[in-house]
Design a protein around this ligand. Sequence first.
Ligand code: FES
Length: 236
Amino acid sequence: MRRRDFVKACAVGAGCAGLAPASLFADAGLRPRRYQRSRLVQSSGEPLRLGELEQLRNYVFSYPYRATPAFLLDLGTSVPGEQSLRTEAGETYRSRHGVGPKHSVVAFSAICAHKLAHPTPAVSYIRFREARGNDEPATGVISCCAENSLYDPVAGGRVLDGPAKQPLAAVLLEHDAAADELFAVGTLGGELFDRFFTEFEARLSLEYPDGNAREAAAEDVVVEPLSRFSDNIMRC
Ligand code: FES
């Protein structure tokens, strides 16, 4: 089975050996979607260790497809989960807690829920930043400078302000504490990947001339700081 077909099969609920425990996907409401179980690694190929993440720093990796960027964040504070969230289509779900010893590590699709701004090697209009003033959550926000949507990463990516009509889709993580290895295993929330591949088809065909933009993320996915991934990071 080709990787692309594997992703599709998992997304519709077929059995997928080596993926997350079934309990992770057992909620009512909008169900998480299983994707490739990708281990997060450093650029050297060594597994990413949670202790090596700098708190409140933007990290980027490709998930669940080769061309779809996601943020990895250690918020430095416990992320409790259980926030009630709703997609633009009206589907409800509850956010998940962070992973790691402090439950502080989370991941989100880095594709803005408004008009799909996302980090590219040339520029990023969206990033996590620390709070400005008392009107913002003390932990910080994910801010899209394209049209000023703000998201709360402690509250499952819910929209705090701006034109976005649904939370950022979460990327589900598993931490193997014994090996200190981190895995991305699926998504939860309103996915925008079909729109993403349609709207950016022309650019992606240039960036991925082999046509593999929509292939599943690799089994080992490199995590790198946003500051290394994008030449220009917009600040607003
Ligand atoms: S694309 Fe992010 S606010 Fe419009």
